[in-house]
Every structure is written in structure tokens, then in C-alpha cells.
Write a protein that binds this ligand. Structure first.
Ligand code: AMP
Length: 381
């Protein structure tokens, strides 16, 4: 059975009303979480009741804590593996793993992280511990399942985090296979920025009975979205004006081809901005180097395609620029979601040239977006 629930902000949210155990409430209070965010307010009671939950929500909405609070009280610290959280990338694995640990450590629940790209010997050290929870990327996790280094038969709680990205990375079959291997009555929580065709297929095939929730807004209200109708050749000068007039630490510029990402970054570099492109032509080390410089604030502009940006976790960006209208609708949500984390304002600007007008209109219509049109001269002196 599916339920589509659209929510508006509620004012009276309270962790004490969610049905959480006392020791968990104490942990929340120690970690200084004052009240539940929307996702938590909705998902925790459903998970506590034993329901499977599929929900759309963006990173930064508090979903990690939502699924943790849903399952944490059911984990028995005397037993071994009971919960698996699958994430699309190693970066996300480390980030989510850290957050999971902050709530598990005070309760003496062990959490292990397994992700591709790391020496397998490191995994063996992780697996020597009796982990009640594993956070991992699907490929690496299954490698150990197949080698019988991890026994998943007793896993009762399975989380598919950012599953649209996971399936885009080619992990659909691994995700489905893991579902077959865990306990038959395992409870599932699946999150996705948008319900893509692959996500639809997966939930239809693999999750028998679930609640489908659309939580809050796909793009939070704290992100100001603007658009400018312009010609191709005007784009660089519009952005030059914007960047010269605006105070910001980090801006991401999304375009649709590798060559463009290179050319745009060269343009801004020659115009005095510290800019780098992130292209799939770069090797892993170079990509990481650019990424870290950007995160440290040493590069102000990162110019990238959706393909190169996929699988890297950069948020806390002041400005997101859609230099080109994205080729896939959902890319708009992923791009803009990199600005405006919890409690922070974000800004996105989309540049629309005549041939993209229709395509962008479809994106606006599909997601019911509120985008303010501004004039191309607005950033000029
Ligand atoms: P996530 O969407 O899981 O990546 O969470 C985004 C951020 O929100 C994390 O840094 C959390 O620590 C933070 N967060 C999660 N729940 C709450 C809450 N109830 N109140 C304030 N911050 C929270």
C-alpha cells in the first residue's frame, strides 16, 4: 500500500513525542539536538511501528538521524550485525558513518564503515570488531558478503540512502541482491532526492508494503532560486558581474560538457578568480586535490559537469550556478541541493538561453519550483 503525504512545516515538533527510549533521548540532549527536523518527526514513528518507508528528501534535511532514531532502539548490542546502511559513494560513507557513530558510541553500539577504493586489509580490521551496524558502498560490502566475511542473514534493518544516485552508479543489482540475502522480514528505509524510473522499479520489485512520503519541499525555502533569460555569449559576462558584486566563499558552476567546464574555468582564471574545473579527464588524485582545495576555500569557483560531480560530496556552497540547463530534470535538484544546508541560506542562479526555455519550463513545472526571474543587467553597475 502506498501513501503519498505532502507536508507543511509543523511548529510543535518534540523528540519526547516520537516514542523514543529514554537512553536515546538522553543521547540527543547530550548532542544538543533540540527538536526533530521534519524528516525525523515523520519517519521515526513509522519506523518504530515496523513500517517500510520510502521518502524523498534532500541531503542536509536530517535524514541520517531520522533513520538512525527509527532503528537505534531496536539494536541489541550483545548480538552481531543487525543493520546495514548503503550509500552511493565513499565520501558519503565516511560522512554518514561519522554521524551514525555519534549517536551509537554513547550507547556502546559498534559501527563499521566499508567503502570501495580503500585497501581491503583495512576492511578486515573493521570486520574483526563485532559491528552491530555497517555503513558501506554496495560493491565493497557485497564483496565481503560473497567472501563470507560478513554474515547478513540476521540483518533486520536495511537503509538505502540516496538511492537514486546509488542506482545511477550501477549499484541497482547489488542493492537488490543484498535484499535477498538479509533476513526475510527485514525492515527497509529508502531515501532518494527524487523518485526516478530506476527507483520506482526498485521499490516495486523489492519492497512489498511501504509508506511513500514526500517530505517538505524538494528544495528548501532557505534557498533563493533565480533565473536569467539570456544569450549564450552573454553568460560569462553576467557571471563575472555577479561574482564581482557578491561576497562568497565557494561557488559551483554546472555545465553540460567537459570541454565547456575547462573553457569556463580558464575564462574565470584569466579574469582573476581562483577557478578549477572538475572533469572526468582528471585522474582520481587530481580530482581529490581540486576538491580539497575547494573545500578549504582556496579555490573559489569549481566548474563541473554533472557526471564529474556525481559521487562527490560537496555541500555548503554559497552559490550554485546552472551555466547550462541540466540535461536530466533531477540534476536540477541535485545541483541546487548543494547550497543552503540546515539553517543556512543558499542561492542558485540558472542561465537560460532561447533553445533551453522549453526544457527549463518542464523542470519548473515538474517540481513546482518557485524561481524568481531577474534581468541580465541586474548585476551590472
Ligand atoms: P543529513 O541530512 O543527515 O546529512 O543531516 C544534515 C545535518 O543536520 C547534520 O549535520 C546533522 O547533524 C544535522 N541535524 C540532524 N538532525 C538535526 C536536528 N534535529 N536539529 C539540528 N540539526 C540536526
Amino acid at each position: 500500500m502506498k501513501n503519498l503525504i505532502n507536508l507543511k512545516d509543523k511548529d510543535n515538533k518534540d523528540f519526547n513525542k516520537l516514542g523514543l527510549k529514554k537512553n536515546i533521548l538522553q543521547v540527543l540532549s547530550r548532542l544538543n539536538y533540540k527538536k526533530p527536523l521534519d524528516v525525523q518527526d515523520i519517519i521515526v514513528p513509522l519506523a518504530l511501528k515496523g513500517k517500510n518507508v520510502v521518502f524523498t528528501s534532500k541531503t542536509g534535511s536530517g535524514k541520517t538521524l531520522a533513520y538512525m532514531l527509527g532503528y537505534l532502539g531496536k539494536i541489541n548490542k550483545k548480538q552481531s550485525l543487525q543493520m546495514i546502511v548503503l550509500v552511493p559513494t565513499r565520501e558519503l560513507c565516511v560522512q554518514v558513518g561519522k554521524e551514525v557513530k555519534t549517536v551509537c558510541d554513547p550507547l556502546d553500539i559498534n559501527v563499521g564503515m566499508l567503502y570501495g577504493g580503500r585497501n581491503v586489509a583495512g576492511d578486515y580490521r573493521t570486520l574483526m570488531k563485532k559491528n552491530q551496524i555497517l555503513v558501506g558502498t554496495p560493491g565493497r560490502l557485497l564483496l565481503h558478503v560473497n567472501e563470507k566475511k560478513i554474515r547478513v542473514g540476521e540483518v533486520k534493518y536495511l537503509v538505502y540512502d540516496e538511492s537514486d544516485q546509488m542506482f545511477d552508479h550501477g549499484f541497482y543489482r547489488s542493492c537488490a541482491y543484498l535484499k535477498q540475502r538479509v533476513s526475510k522480514d527485514a525492515q527497509i528505509i529508502l531515501s532518494s532526492a527524487t523518485i526516478t524510473e530506476k527507483v520506482k522499479d526498485f521499490i516495486n520489485q523489492e519492497i512489498v508494503d511501504y509508506e511513500l512520503l514526500e517530505i517538505g519541499y524538494l528544495i528548501p525555502k532557505n534557498i533563493l532560486q533565480e533565473k536569467i533569460y539570456c544569450d549564450k555569449l552573454e553568460k560569462n559576462s553576467i557571471l563575472l558581474n555577479l561574482f564581482s558584486k557578491t561576497k562568497f566563499k565557494r561557488a559551483m558552476i554546472f555545465c553540460n560538457t567537459k570541454l565547456k567546464s575547462y573553457n569556463i574555468s580558464e575564462f574565470f582564471q584569466t579574469n582573476g578568480f581562483n577557478a578549477k574545473s572538475l572533469s572526468s579527464d582528471l585522474n582520481q588524485d587530481e580530482r581529490l586535490k581540486h576538491l580539497n582545495l575547494f573545500k578549504e576555500g582556496k579555490i573559489k569557483l569549481l566548474v563541473t559537469t554533472d557526471v564529474a560531480a556525481r559521487g562527490i560530496h560537496i555541500e555548503d556552497v554559497d552559490l550554485v550556478i546552472n551555466y547550462d540547463v541540466p540535461t536530466k530534470n533531477e540534476f536540477y535538484i541535485h545541483r541546487v541541493g548543494r547550497t543552503g544546508r540546515v539553517d543556512k541560506n543558499g542561492y542558485s542562479l540558472t542561465l537560460i538561453c532561447p533553445e533551453d526555455v522549453k526544457r527549463f519550463y518542464r523542470i519548473e513545472y515538474l517540481y513546482d519550483l518557485e524561481i524568481v526571474e531577474i534581468d541580465k543587467g541586474d548585476f551590472e553597475d
